[in-house]
Design a binder for this molecule. Structure first.
Ligand code: UDP
Length: 327
């Protein structure tokens, strides 16, 4: 069977990708330094512990498995943290990815699927965010991801690297079988934080900013189910293997929900109101990030099945109640 190197396979999205890859007939090889991932989340293929910045270790892993494709999820991904510790983001995300890309090219593994982000777009008033929208990130997280996109383009021109770049909107939900799920320590993302507040394992959710220029004053995001998102990655891998070349795809549903709307949906799913307070804006947050593209549907044949707000929160709530990793 063919191997796929999954960096960050012990993390939230990477672990779901490993499950989807195994179901599609591949052997997902997780490469992860466990800085934010979990050994317990590696359930669908071999595990190789290592850091993106460790070129010798990467070379040994490429040599051992000879993967047909790299799926690169490993990254730090907190907007707020990136504003106060940008060095972490430039070193781990940008320099780490450069090391990985060089190792892949040296090993002759020229198909690369990359997790980018809508945070690369930044603030755009009344502009539909599609793949041609100028990338003007307003936080170090988005800037580090945009830099990696640039690297992939340059390595494509010079070395024939083919990259499918996915710009994710807000990923949510969990595996419906709760074999894997979202588990960050500390947790900062909206839906799991809300569920922790409902479960009483944290006192309350703080709404970061109620004075945005949106109908209810809170930020608007486009939420996509992690299982739908990883399905797109398998399609992206097949796209590359069919020789269709480098391409960028937004992954979102095109529907935006405010923080207060997400709280309402959580109340409906769990039958409990979200305990909450209101706080100042979080530095680096954009007012509104909603995908305006259907390219992934049109070209990859991607169809999101589980990305209603109610389904994502239902799956996240099931995982919250039944699943966990050993810390
Ligand atoms: N948010 C919030 N309180 C929290 C966490 C998030 O109000 O404790 C808001 C945040 O300001 C943003 C949205 O929820 O508008 C989604 O934030 P998250 O951190 O989940 O994802 P991001 O959009 O930063 O990738």
């Amino acid at each position: 069977m063919e191997h796929v190197l999954v960096t960050g396979g012990a993390g939230y999205i990477g672990s779901h990708a490993c499950k989807a890859l195994k179901a599609a007939g591949y052997v997902p090889v997780t490469y992860d330094n466990l800085s934010t991932g979990w050994r317990d989340a590696v359930r669908f293929g071999p595990f190789e512990q290592g850091d993106l910045l460790d070129r010798a270790r990467l070379d040994a892993v490429f040599e051992r498995y000879r993967p047909v494709t790299v799926m690169h999820f490993a990254a730090l991904s907190q907007v707020g943290e990136s504003m106060v510790q940008p060095g972490l983001y430039w070193r781990n995300n940008a320099a780490g990815s450069l090391t990985l890309i060089e190792a892949a090219v040296a090993a002759g593994c020229l198909d690369f699927v990359f997790s980018s982000t809508c945070a690369t777009y930044g603030e755009h008033d009344n502009v539909v965010l599609d793949e041609a929208t100028p990338q003007q990130p307003i936080n170090a997280y988005g800037a580090s991801k945009r830099a990696i996109e640039d690297m992939l383009n340059d390595f494509g021109a010079a070395h024939g690297l083919n990259a499918v770049i996915f710009r994710y909107f807000n990923v949510a939900g969990a595996d419906p079988e709760a074999a894997v799920g979202e588990f960050h320590r500390p947790e900062t993302h909206l839906i799991p934080v809300m569920l922790e507040a409902i479960a009483g394992t944290r006192p309350a959710l703080t709404i970061f900013g109620t004075d945005y220029d949106t109908p209810d004053g809170t930020c608007i995001r486009d939420y996509v189910h992690v299982c739908d998102l990883v399905d797109a990655h398998v399609l992206g891998l097949e796209w590359l293997r069919a020789g269709k070349g480098s391409r960028v795809f937004n992954l979102g549903t095109g529907h935006g929900f405010s923080v207060r709307e997400v709280m309402d949906a959580a109340r409906c799913v769990t039958s409990h109101a979200v305990p909450h307070g209101e706080g100042p804006r979080r530095p680096g947050d954009c007012t509104k990030l909603v995908s305006g593209s259907t390219r992934a549907e049109a070209e990859l044949g991607w169809k999101p099945h589980r990305s209603s707000l109610a389904q994502m929160i239902t799956d996240a709530w099931r995982w919250h109640q039944t699943g966990h990793y050993e810390q």
